[in-house]
Design a protein around this ligand. Structure first.
Ligand code: ADP
Ligand code: MG
Length: 376
């Protein structure tokens, strides 16, 4: 079965499309293409992400986004030389604009909720391909955090009988999937460790007056020094010691967080170096706290997501995880930028076959559930 996975993450950098041939023995990635969000779209999405807005804006973007996804899908097919009609199914994550995995009291009831926009019906209509969308709500309805979902795929790809592995994805947020040697699905531990690129990206945008979207090549961070005092203060957040399952998002690391950092009055380079270290340190903390890495149980950390392109971050990460081999996913034959899009193709394939595709050990759900909504 040929499946397209369409991913747009919390970085709000754009949309990734992976074209994947999947059968019961495995998969083969036959195409991958990224389309950056145009700046006005990115700004419009930011303006409805975890903030006050008019419902009209959300509704409009919910219908606009699938137009963008459909174009990206056709572009991806064209680039790969693949006939769009040969694609049997699309798995589309959508754009998260709100995620509250800890229940709060609403009108006398406890409610946890999540909202990914980018309507599946519109995408199915534009592409002529059935779409699985909205993966997270079913897991949350079953008592899970609705995230992370990729560990289901990490387990299929990276579980090893010989040594423990950690799959680390550094997108807007960083998340890890800890796969102890010889583990079963019950033994998987997965959670968001804290920030990924999100804080660095916002600093880069501020310092460049909006010209830059990220600390390209880790340039600013490499020119600065980590401020130990500020780092220690940032690490005091109880989130980092809280037991998984747990999820993080723009709620924690958005504009307010960044304004607080800037208010410290450090130089731009030192602030960036400290923000970069915050990502590396919280990833390492998470791995050491919630795996048996200290006893040598983890052989390898496999890194994916845009963070692999930041040499300052990778250097800090290697130093913080010195007991382990830190490798780019490409060393295992997997494009680090494509991994999450591939994962959503594989998740959609499972949904199509009515097989449970959340890992209850990762999300905290009461049971395995078949995720997503199908637009035929
Ligand atoms: N050359 C680079 N230098 C520094 N950072 C980069 C580079 N390329 C990508 N990134 C980072 O990767 C991020 C995108 O990562 P991605 O995995 O797509 O995140 P998400 O899944 O949240 O969309 C960018 O916002 C940027 O911070
Ligand atoms: Mg992205």
């Amino acid at each position: 079965m040929r499946v397209a996975g369409i991913m747009s993450g919390t970085s709000l950098d754009g949309v990734d499309v992976a074209l994947v041939d999947i059968d019961d023995d495995g998969f083969d990635t036959v195409g991958f293409h990224t389309v950056a969000y145009p700046e006005p779209l990115r700004a419009a999405l930011l303006a409805v992400s975890n903030c006050e807005t008019h419902t009209r804006e959300i509704s409009r973007l919910n219908f606009l986004l699938p137009e963008i996804y459909a174009e990206a899908f056709f572009d991806a097919c064209k680039v790969a030389g693949i006939d769009p009609k040969s694609v049997d199914l699309i798995g589309c994550h959508g754009q998260t604009i709100f995620h509250e995995s800890e229940p709060v009291e609403v009108l006398g009831r406890k409610v946890a909720s999540t909202l990914q926009i980018g309507d599946g019906c519109v995408l199915a209509e534009r592409t002529g391909v059935p779409v699985v969308s909205d993966f997270r709500p079913r897991d949350m309805a079953a008592g899970g955090k609705g995230a992370p979902l990729v560990p289901f795929v990490d387990y299929l790809l990276f579980r090893s009988d010989e040594f423990g592995r950690v799959a680390l994805n550094i997108g807007g947020i960083s998340n890890v999937t800890i796969l102890p040697a010889g583990c079963t699905t019950d033994g998987v531990v997965a959670f968001d460790t804290g920030p990924g690129n999100m804080v660095m990206d916002q600093l880069a945008a501020k310092y460049s007056g909006g010209k830059k979207r990220c600390d390209e090549g880790g340039e600013l961070a490499l020119a600065g020094e980590v401020d130990g005092e500020l780092l220690a203060e940032l690490l005091e957040d109880e989130y980092y010691t809280r037991k998984p399952p747990k999820t993080a998002g723009r709620e924690q690391y958005g504009a307010q967080f960044v304004d607080r950092l800037i208010a410290k009055g450090l130089s731009e380079t030192d602030t960036m170096a400290t923000a970069t270290m915050l990502t590396a340190a919280t990833v390492a903390d998470g791995v050491y706290q919630f795996s048996d890495a200290e006893e040598g149980g983890i052989g390898e950390v496999i890194v994916s997501g845009g963070g692999v392109h930041n040499p300052a971050l990778m250097r800090m990460l290697r130093a913080e995880l010195a007991d382990m081999e830190v490798v780019d996913a490409s060393e295992l034959g997997l494009d680090p930028d494509a991994k999450e899009a591939i994962a959503f193709a594989i998740l959609a394939h499972e949904t199509w076959h009515t097989r449970p595709n959340n890992l209850a050990s990762a999300t905290g759900a009461r049971r395995g559930a078949v995720l997503g909504k199908l637009s035929r």
